[in-house]
Design a protein around this ligand. Sequence first.
Ligand code: ATP
Length: 328
Amino acid sequence: MNKTISKIAVLTSGGDSPGMNAAIRSVVRSCAYHRIDCVGIFRGYQGMIEGDFKEMNARSVNHIINKGGTILKSARSKDFMTKEGRLKAFYQLKNHNVDAFVVIGGDGSFTGAMVFNKEFDFPIIGIPGTIDNDIYGTNFTLGYDTALNTAVEAIDKIRDTASSHNRLFFVEVMGRDVGHIALNVGVGAGAEEILIPEEDLGLDRLLDSLKKSRKSGKTSSIVVVAEGDKTGDNVFELAKYIEEHMPTYEVRVSVLGHMQRGGSPSCFDRVLASRMGVKAIETLLDGKSNYMIGIKDNKMILTPLDMAIKGETEIDAELIQVSDIMTT
Ligand code: ATP
């Protein structure tokens, strides 16, 4: 292993996701294991610019593996989008004798990392932390599994009230550009319909399907809608349309929103975070830079950051078929 790296920084950037703390813990403890100094940067790239750094050792990350959010806080930084801001960040890193950093975040954070690497030839590794699971080069991003479980649990509760009052519920889940959360949560919660951005079924098809399921004896229904679904203008318009055309149903809308981002990470996310942190430090010590750590076929893999940013994830066609069969 290349030992020219003697101090590594870790930061969380962009939207928070469950499992970020477990990843911070893993990075810090991997540094301690390899006898490398570690520093935490607070508030993402903004904290990097402002020098909001704190030395960390194995004991600094006690009892955080089970905590949601991020102890290092997260931020979006306009200053880091400017050359001047990034230069300040570079001087801060140099002043603190930092030789490399690990950024835990989404594709925006990786884009910033790549720009920074190009300008200053600074070694960087990315760990994908976002609940949307929309990053190319990994089967799972940190927080996705927890978000699925949180949403399924919420929908189970909504179903209790839906069936008690013979109601039709539209439940909006996160996913502005991709339907991974909606599709998995919909199948997991036994939804009657799942609406995702990748497929525009059209209002008439939706109405038809809901009428059929009503005729077949269903007295309540759950429709899971991804934030970015294009079937209607938004979930409230969808609900209005169905209520107008199916007056027999009382229609309600529930937007799960930010609750999907919070909470204690699932065991899967904790283990994934621990593995990704270890791999991130090993990769830097191997002298590699500009990679994102991912998991495929239960193996840790590396994807160049530019591919991770540009590549697109595909919706699971087999799961769409499963969902079609389950909603018969
Ligand atoms: P999420 O998936 O939650 O949106 P993200 O990492 O994609 O997470 P962004 O807000 O897109 O979140 O990006 C985080 C930060 O990365 C930005 O606030 C900015 O500081 C930095 N960043 C993003 N794009 C660039 C860029 N082109 N140049 C420099 N910095 C950038």
